[in-house]
Design a protein around this ligand. Structure first.
Ligand SMILES: Nc1nc2c(ncn2[C@@H]2O[C@H](COP(=O)(O)OP(=O)(O)OP(=O)(O)O)[C@@H](O)[C@H]2O)c(=O)[nH]1
Ligand SMILES: [Mg+2]
Length: 414
């Protein structure tokens, strides 16, 4: 069961670089060929509209020749420019899809694609949305997962709210699962620990550790013959997204040495948001808990007593009879040496506050017709949907454009 990774834009590629560095340390990955082809090349395609980042990240990774697809000029943080492309660089979309197809043809059993990209950069958001749409079209029977990185809400670019909203609407329609990581959260966590300033490299190492916590082979999902079949990302979708309309996952991850599972879990649960900005309790539809560094095989035993606490903190819905899946792995290749880690991916209501803020800010800007011409210039009628979107699907006046049903239904979870 092989997975093809698609890294789009600066953020998608830089996070991808940190991710593949960690993947390379896992011995079970090498045996299984679900991440690395037998010819020792990664099953990944790297796309950006400008060459600078790609030439930097390609060093030290085992990327197949030709699987780096790049244009000449960035997309200026403009979703429309990334989505529609420029006349001079129309080949970018076609070349990317062509390389993905060739990589898929090298898989014995292709299960799906995982895309990494930012929500606010022109390439990551616009071209990322377009690739997601095309991949759904070309491979309707394979899974499609997005690891999307949200910009700091205080504002890095004037177009970030429009870009994020337009991208999320495309992801909600075309992907099976969206692992949403907020740069704000990552930064805040690292700033607590770091003495100096936090760089993108520090952030990407931390993000890569939590993604590896979820995706790398586990003993729980490895068949008895002892070689992983790479089912972790797809089992994650099965376990956490039982209702196709609710597909946003939030990930918490801790990794420490010399701590008991109870102490480690205690630290993780401290970082879980339990209430929304109005003080209402947030709910969780379903979660996966992964314990790594379990060489003594004690994690499952400890989870018997910890399960109740985890369910209480995540406020699991009472109508899902199996709200918690627990996986374990003896090794923890992505963590510091001798450290154990716990990663929890949860289909959790915390996304609602973010989406509401995003809609609100986009609407204020749209009503003032701020920056609309930047999108119209590149042939986008899509901006209209920003204005007509509201939190109730019934008031979406352009049918089929924005279906954030998750926003509508999440409050009713608990
Ligand atoms: N976590 C993380 N975020 C990043 C990184 N690089 C950029 N970002 C974030 O990504 C957003 C900008 O997107 P980029 O990926 O740089 O843009 P792009 O996709 O290359 O698109 P254009 O440059 O506009 O063509 C901002 O919110 C940045 O904070 C990174 O290495 N790690
Ligand atoms: Mg760029």
């Amino acid at each position: 069961m092989s997975t093809v990774y698609l890294h789009v834009g600066q953020c998608g590629n830089q996070v991808g670089h940190a991710f593949w560095k960690k993947v390379d340390k896992d011995s079970s990955v090498k045996e299984s060929h679900s991440y690395i082809h037998p010819d020792d090349k990664q099953r990944s395609v790297h796309v950006d509209s400008e060459p600078k980042v790609l030439s930097k990240i390609s060093k030290g990774l085992k990327i197949r020749e030709g699987n780096i697809v790049c244009g000449k000029r960035g997309r200026g943080t403009n979703w429309a420019l990334g989505y529609y492309g420029t006349q001079r660089e129309e080949h970018l979309l076609e070349d990317s899809l062509d390389r993905v197809r060739k990589e898929i043809e090298k898989c014995d059993a292709y299960s799906g694609c995982i895309m990494m990209h930012s929500l606010s950069g022109g390439t990551g958001s616009g071209l990322g949305s377009r690739l997601c749409e095309e991949m759904r079209d070309y491979y309707p029977l394979a899974h499609l997962m997005s690891c999307a990185f949200a910009p700091c809400i205080s504002g890095e670019s004037p177009l970030q709210h429009y870009n994020s909203l337009l991208t999320l609407s495309k992801l909600q329609r075309n992907s099976d699962c969206i692992i949403l990581t907020h740069n704000d959260d990552v930064l805040q966590n690292l700033e607590k620990k770091a003495k100096g300033s936090v760089s993108f490299d520090n952030m990407n190492t931390s993000i890569a550790a939590s993604l590896c916590g979820l995706f790398l082979p586990t003993d729980s999902l490895t068949p008895s013959r002892g070689v992983s079949i790479g089912m972790e990302p797809w089992e994650l979708i099965r376990a956490t997204c039982p209702v196709p309309g609710y597909k946003f996952l939030h990930v918490n991850h801790v990794s420490r040495s010399k701590l008991t599972w109870e102490a480690l879990m205690g630290q993780l649960l401290l970082g879980v948001r339990r209430y929304n900005t109005q003080g209402g309790a947030l709910g969780s539809l379903s979660s996966v808990v992964v314990g790594r560094g379990d060489s003594g095989k004690t994690f499952l035993y400890s989870m018997r007593t910890l399960e109740k606490k985890v369910k209480a903190v995540y406020n699991c819905v009472n109508w899902n009879p199996f709200p918690l899946d627990v996986w374990t792995a003896a090794a923890n290749p992505a963590g510091p040496r001798e450290a154990s880690s716990i990663t929890i991916a949860s289909n959790h209501g915390t996304v609602v506050d973010y989406l509401e803020t995003l809609v609100q800010r986009s609407k204020v800007m749209y009503d003032a017709t701020a920056y609309i011409h930047w999108y119209k210039r590149h042939g986008s009628g899509y901006v209209d949907c920003v204005a007509t979107y509201s939190l109730r699907p019934s008031s979406v006046t352009i049918p089929g454009m924005l279906y954030f049903q998750s926003v509508e239904y999440y409050p009713g979870f608990s």
